[in-house]
Write a protein that binds this ligand. Sequence first.
Ligand SMILES: [Zn+2]
Length: 102
Amino acid sequence: MMIPCLACDAEFAPDEYFRACTDYNRSRDLVAWTCPACGNRDEMRVLPGELGFGYPHGRRYAVHDRVRVPGLHRRRRDLRLDITLDKKVWHVPARAGHLAFR
Ligand SMILES: [Zn+2]
């Protein structure tokens, strides 16, 4: 399956898409994603079977756009988020700045 950029509608294979994930914010449970095509930087929450895009709502994060990715799984680690799909795993390292305050 292909996963679209919500800003420019370019579509990416999962490997290209998830390699563009950086900076897992563990306290907010968000990863940063920079589109390889248009350079748009966004935040998203990796959820079972889907990606959630939204905006900060007080101390919470309100998801209002969802991209379905059947078979997507996630596992929170101490220093990273593991994203798995079709037996492949991508590791998104936690942002260093946050570790200093844990
Ligand atoms: Zn884009």
